[in-house]
Design a protein around this ligand. Structure first.
Ligand code: HEC
Length: 439
C-alpha cells in the first residue's frame, strides 16, 4: 500500500470532484465545438460568406486558449489528485489500460497539432485543405473521448472483465455505449452555449442572430438526445447502484440526479428563449451566467456518476479508501486480500511506515489508530468537525469507544461503506482514535 493522502476540511474526494468539474467543461467543449466549426466553415465556402469565417476565427481562438491552457492544466491536476488519493486504483487502471491511455494521448497530440495548424493557417491555405484540418481536429478530439469513456465506465461496470481480465471485456462494458452517447450528445450542448456566447459579442446584428439561432438548435438537440441517452445509462446501472439512488440508501445521489435534470431544463429554456425567441437579447454576461449554471450541472452529473459505485473505487473489485482488493481475478493472477489482511493486519502492508508502527502496541495505539482511519475512512470522510465531506466527528458525535468498535464491526452492513479491514487490535486502535475525535 502507498501512503494515505489526508486533506484537511475538504477531503481528498472533494478535491478530485472540484478539479474534475473544472476539467469537464473545457474537455467537452474541446470535443464538441469543432463539429459546429466545420459545419459552419463548410457553409461559409458553399455560400461564399466570408463573414462566417470572421466569426469562426474568434470562436477558435477562445477554444485554443480556454481548452488547451485551462483544460490541459486541469487534466494534469486530475492525474495528480487521483493518483495521490487512490494510488492503487490508478495503478490497477494503468496495468489494465496503459495502451488505452497511450492511444488516447496519440489522439490528444493529433488534436493539439490540428487546432494550432487550423488557427494559424486561416486564410493562408486553400479552403479545401483548411476544412480538412478542421475535420481532423473534430475526429481526433472525439476519439479521445471514445477511449477515455471506456476507462471511466469500466470503474462502475467492469462487466465480464471480472472473470476474463480481458482488455476489451472491461472496455466495452455494460455502461460504455450509453455513457459515450450521453457525453457525445451533451458535448453539442456545451458547444452550443459557447457558440452563443461568442456570437453575442458580434457587432453585425444579422450575423449574431443567425449564428445564435443555429447554435441554440445544436444546444437543444444535444439536450434532448442527452436526456434520452442518460435515461438509457441509468437503466443500465448495476442493481446495487440503483438501490443506492432509488432505494433511498443515499438520498444525496437522488438530489444530484434531480439537480442535473433541473439544470438541463433551465438550459433548454435558455436555448429556446435567447436562442430562438429573442436572439437579439443574447449577451455575453447572460451566456457566461448560464455557462456557470452548466458548470453546476456538470458537477452534479459527474458527482452522481462517481457516487453510484460506492463502496468500491473499481466496482466489485477494489474498495474505496482502503484500496483493498475485494475479489480474486484468477485470469489476472490477482488475489482477494480481505481474509489475509484481517488475519495479518492492514498495517502489515503499509511499507512506508517505520517498523514500530506496523504493529499495534499499548504505546502507539492512538497514533496507529489515526493512520488506519486515514487509510480506511478519509477518502470519503473528513476528520475535522468543520470538514465539508461527511465529517466523522459529527457523524460519531457522542459515541463511546465500544459503540464505535461495534460500528466498525458492521460497517459493511451499510451498502455504501466498505468493511473495516484489519485485526481486532487494529479495529480497537481505530475505535480509540475515532472516540477522541468524536468528543
Ligand atoms: C467509500 C466511501 C466510504 C468509506 C471508505 C467510509 N464511509 Fe462512512 N459513509 C459513507 C457514505 C457515503 C455515508 C453516508 C453519509 C450520507 O448520508 O451522506 C457514510 C456514513 C457514515 C456514518 C453515518 C452512518 C449513517 O447513518 O449513514 C458513519 C458513522 C461513518 N460513515 C463512519 C465511517 C468510518 C468510521 C469509516 C472508516 C472506517 C468510514 N465511514 C468509511 C462513505 C464511506
Amino acid at each position: 500500500m502507498y501512503p494515505a493522502w489526508l486533506v484537511p476540511i475538504l477531503g481528498s474526494g472533494l478535491v478530485i470532484a472540484i478539479i474534475a468539474t473544472f476539467h469537464i467543461l473545457p474537455s467537452h467543449l474541446a470535443t464538441g465545438s469543432f463539429w459546429f466549426n466545420v459545419w459552419l466553415e463548410r457553409k461559409a465556402y458553399k455560400e461564399n460568406r466570408p463573414e462566417l469565417l470572421q466569426f469562426l476565427k474568434k470562436y477558435v481562438l477562445l477554444i485554443l486558449v480556454f481548452c488547451f491552457v485551462y483544460g490541459s492544466i486541469t487534466g494534469v491536476w486530475i492525474w495528480f489528485s487521483a493518483t495521490v488519493s487512490s494510488p492503487r486504483a490508478i495503478s490497477s487502471l494503468i496495468h489494465n489500460y496503459v495502451w488505452g491511455w497511450a492511444t488516447e494521448w496519440v489522439f490528444f497530440i493529433i488534436e493539439i497539432v490540428a487546432i494550432y495548424v487550423y488557427y494559424y493557417t486561416f486564410g493562408k491555405i486553400d479552403s479545401h485543405h483548411h476544412l480538412r484540418v478542421g475535420w481532423i481536429y473534430a475526429w481526433g478530439a472525439w476519439i479521445s473521448m471514445v477511449i477515455i469513456t471506456g476507462i471511466l465506465a469500466f470503474m462502475l461496470t467492469p462487466g465480464k472483465w471480472l472473470e476474463t481480465g480481458n482488455f476489451f471485456d472491461g472496455f466495452f462494458n455494460p455502461t460504455y455505449w450509453p455513457q459515450l452517447f450521453t457525453r457525445t450528445a451533451l458535448m453539442f450542448s456545451v458547444a452550443g452555449i459557447y457558440a452563443m456566447i461568442v456570437a453575442s459579442t458580434l457587432d453585425n446584428v444579422d450575423l449574431k442572430v443567425e449564428i445564435t439561432r443555429k447554435a441554440s438548435v445544436w444546444g437543444i438537440g444535444g439536450l434532448i438526445f442527452g436526456a434520452i441517452f442518460a435515461y438509457w445509462y441509468i437503466s443500465k446501472l448495476p442493481p446495487e447502484a440503483k438501490d443506492l439512488v432509488f432505494g433511498g440508501q443515499l438520498p444525496y445521489l437522488k438530489t444530484l440526479l434531480k439537480v442535473s435534470i433541473i439544470i438541463g431544463v433551465i438550459l433548454g429554456i435558455y436555448f429556446v428563449l435567447f436562442g430562438l425567441a429573442i436572439p437579439k437579447a443574447s449577451n455575453p454576461l447572460l451566456g457566461i451566467l448560464f455557462a456557470l449554471v452548466l458548470f453546476l450541472g456538470i458537477g452534479a452529473g459527474e458527482g452522481f456518476r462517481e457516487g453510484v459505485r460506492r463502496p468500491y473505487v473499481i466496482n466489485y473489485f477494489m474498495y474505496g479508501s482502503s484500496q483493498v482488493i475485494a475479489k480474486s481475478i484468477p485470469a489476472k493472477k490477482v488475489k482477494e486480500q480481505l481474509s489475509k489482511l484481517n488475519k495479518e493486519g492492514y498495517l502489515s502492508v503499509l511499507y512506508y511506515l517505520p517498523e514500530r508502527l506496523r504493529r499495534v502496541t499499548e504505546k502507539n495505539k492512538l497514533e496507529v489508530g489515526r493512520i488506519l482511519v486515514a487509510h480506511e475512512c478519509a477518502a470519503c470522510h473528513t476528520l475535522e468537525p468543520n470538514g465539508l465531506l461527511r465529517p466523522l466527528p459529527k457523524l460519531l458525535s457522542g459515541m463511546e469507544k465500544d459503540e464505535i468498535k461495534d460500528l466498525l464491526d458492521s460497517l459493511n452492513d451499510y451498502p455504501y461503506m466498505p468493511p473495516f479491514v484489519g485485526t481486532e487490535e487494529e479495529k480497537d486502535a481505530a475505535a480509540l482514535y475515532l472516540s477522541t475525535i468524536a468528543k
